[in-house]
Design a protein around this ligand. Structure first.
Ligand SMILES: *Cc1c(COP(=O)(O)O)cnc(C)c1O
Length: 403
């Protein structure tokens, strides 16, 4: 049997390579950070991590994780409801709820699991899920596991959402679901308007804050802070794997009855191991830091504003954003690959994205800003972008002296 299957797989792999879609992995030999070292010995500035607050290698988080190893050990060897809940898990759940001004929180091994396990226990074939077309893969998969009727609206298109809400009136309960920040354009979902429409058409709202928590809003509390609607959405999901320390772990936070039912019925929670105590301990430290000082959020916001305004002044075409994702539009797939490769040559690590990850003719380089970046890092990246932009004809060449 395997010979035939092996041929089949080899052909698929060949097709992926021929289409230019094969993903190679670069190997990092240093901690994650603004400056990283690759196994080739090259040191590069990292502009493609979700390390928005620079916490991936934060000494206080490392210390909290280390000391929990001494008093809580390494692993839990259990799911939460058998013997996998420590005081640290409960404290982190409470702290996340306080951070988002919600009622209760349930932890998962990842936000992929939080989204995978949120719909099926709550909604049935009598209900409706109304989902943004560009929602994260984990939301799409979670919706697939649920029997509710599915409605889809074009990305952030409030007219289309209204149409879908009208169509969904025949169902019993309606849940609108959106990413807070969409990862490819960095655009922030119009959640204030979504909540208004939800009130008008008798629906509930779920926001996935994975790319917005820690980033968006003055104190990093995500899109509900940005729009001044904290506590007004029923469900928030998020990850500990991006701004919040970057290790692993996800959560659903929101109305207490929702969280209570998820603890009883959500399959990735019931049938998958607890996060290790060291992740919970570092998570507690992270929320405490974010509550005590706004230093990192402020620095991130300053860095994003500085980078985007400099790049715009140079003449780059940047998608409008309030997040820490800056899409430098190049439109052409080959150009974006070549641009990213040349940037790496200059010591700037970014990724070029093209079809099918983004729509055809919408190729771009995605730059992710971080509080870990210092001004000299940003300046080096901007200089490299300028040099290569001129070399590849994306920017007009510098006029010669005398002209
Ligand atoms: C990254 C991401 C996830 C997955 O988070 P993990 O904790 O890494 O599984 C889910 N939703 C969105 C919107 C994301 O950006």
């Amino acid at each position: 049997m395997y010979t035939a299957f092996q041929n089949y797989l080899s052909n698929q792999l060949k097709e992926i390579k021929e289409a230019g879609l094969y993903k190679d992995e670069r190997i990092i030999t240093s901690p994650q950070g603004a400056e990283i070292e690759l196994d080739t010995g090259q040191k590069v500035l990292n502009f493609c991590a979700n390390n928005y607050l620079g916490l991936s290698n934060n000494p206080d988080l490392i210390e909290a994780a280390k000391s929990s190893l001494d008093d809580h050990g390494y692993g839990m060897s259990s799911v939460r409801f058998i013997c996998g809940t420590t005081d640290l898990h409960k404290e982190l759940e409470r702290k996340i709820a306080r951070f988002f001004n919600t009622e209760d929180t349930i932890l998962y091994a990842a936000c992929f699991d939080a989204n995978g396990g949120v719909f099926e226990p709550l909604l049935t074939s009598e209900d409706a899920i109304i989902s943004d077309a560009l929602n994260h893969a984990s939301i799409i998969d979670g919706v697939r596991l649920c029997k509710a009727q599915r409605y889809r609206y074009e990305n952030a298109d409030m007219e289309d959402l209204e149409t879908q809400l009208q169509l969904a009136q025949e169902q019993r309960f309606r849940l609108i679901v959106t990413d807070g920040v969409f990862s490819m354009d960095g655009n922030v979902a119009p959640v204030k308007k979504i909540v208004e429409l939800a009130n008008q058409y008798n629906a509930m709202v779920m926001v996935d804050e994975s790319h917005s928590a820690g980033v968006v809003g003055e104190t990093g509390r995500g899109v509900t802070e940005l729009y001044n609607i904290m506590g007004q959405v029923e469900i928030i999901t998020g990850t500990l794997g991006k701004a919040f320390g970057g290790a692993i772990g996800g959560f659903t936070t929101g109305k207490k009855e929702i969280v209570e039912l998820l603890r009883q019925r959500s399959r990735p929670y019931l049938f998958s191991n607890s996060i290790p105590p060291l992740v919970a301990a570092a998570g507690i430290k992270m929320v405490e830091m974010m509550t005590n000082t706004n230093e990192l959020q402020d620095k991130l916001h300053r860095n994003a504003e500085y980078f985007i305004s400099r790049m715009t002044n140079l003449g780059f075409d940047i998608k409008p954003t309030k997040s820490a994702i800056c899409a430098v539009m190049l439109y052409d797939a080959k150009l974006s690959q070549e641009f990213a490769a040349k940037l790496l040559g200059e010591g700037i690590y970014v990724i070029g994205f093209s079809y099918p990850v983004v729509p055809k003719d919408q190729a771009r380089i995605r730059v992710q800003l971080s509080a870990a970046h210092e001004k000299e890092h940003l300046d080096k990246a901007i200089k490299a972008f300028e040099k290569i932009g001129k070399g590849l004809g994306v920017l007009p060449p510098t006029p010669k002296a005398g002209f």
